[in-house]
Design a protein around this ligand. Sequence first.
Ligand SMILES: *Cc1c(COP(=O)(O)O)cnc(C)c1O
Length: 423
Amino acid sequence: MTSSEELHKRRGAAVARGVGSTISSYVDHAGGGTITDVEGRQWIDFAAGIAVANVGNSARRVVEAVKAQVERFTHTCFMVAPYESYVAVCEQLNAITPGDFEKRSALFNSGAEAVENAVKIARHATGRPAVVVFDHAYHGRTNLTMALTAKNMPYKHRFGPFAGEIYRVPMSYPLRDGGLSGAEAAARAIEMVEKQVGAENVAALLIEPIQGEGGFVVPAAGFLPALREWATAAGVVFVADEIQTGFCRTGQWFACEHEEVVPDLITLAKGIAGGLPLAAVTGRAELMDAVHVGGLGGTYGGNPIACAAALASIETMRELELTCAAQRIETVMAARLRTIAERDPRIAEVRGRGAMLAVELVQPGTLVPDPAATAAISAACHAAGLLTLTCGTYGNVLRFLPPLVISDDELARGLDILDAAFG
Ligand SMILES: *Cc1c(COP(=O)(O)O)cnc(C)c1O
């Protein structure tokens, strides 16, 4: 078999430099909570392909559903010749997302595409132009979603000009906003929108209920409900970007449910289809159906193989009760992270929900971010056989996103490696 070193050389000569990788080993196979490279080296997986492989990356039902669908047909394009699985995925999404009103869904290929379409739908339905987003937000890498994303490097740097009518307001970030309550942080954001944009110009307020790439920032209690209340009163479409937080990741089907917030539209991707590329916008029927026939779509959106995988993934989440699995992971992992934090003053905070946990690293006794220590600890994990990711506006957050099907033993071994990496 070709070695990782050889593959890395070939990659350098064939793959654009702008596409990076966390590790330089090449995958041979993966499943459950581990990834094995072409040399036979094994990693405990605390990344799940960035919160995608919630059911694992070789879930039995998903593999079988994909095989069966490939045998039947690979593509007809739903906009040309429709098929049942697309409809069935929409039915499932309408049923499992928060809100007991009439809903509709539309399927796309990537998270960024879902976010773009949510903005299209909100603008069309309201006739208003502006979109409100938050500090530290991440919504994708396409032109509109780059504008929605906060962080310049690496996502936006020299890729402008960006789309207009995007307005950024402060997030609730308890560690870094002086301990504002959720209500106070929401009032600060709302005042900025009302004074600088005007509520009547705002089509959508777009927010990750727990920020992903921005640093696993969990807003103070009451922040999301206050924004939800304001959006209702102002006729603004409340869009929850649950692309990273969705599908049992945080211990609920969707992170909004922790505070009983019901969005008007939800964007979905990542965990939706056990690793196959699929994304969706789900929401209020009157908003979704406001758009003219032919106004939404795309060649591959709701590809039948991806739809088969999504149905099998959702079934697996129900069968294995993966919301409970995420809660169990939180119990074990959070306790261990707190133990590490007690002895290591570089850890300013342990935060997150369910199997979406993180630690933020600073120079001891200050809030000065320490991205160097974060990178060093992450590298030590990789060298010792644990795949971890970093995130955050300041690059100083170590985040943990294990597959929800990780075994107790794999989880414990991963945490041992992490513990040792902190020294
Ligand atoms: C990953 C992510 C996106 C973009 O999804 P892609 O499939 O990479 O386009 C958007 N929003 C959030 C919250 C994400 O985590």
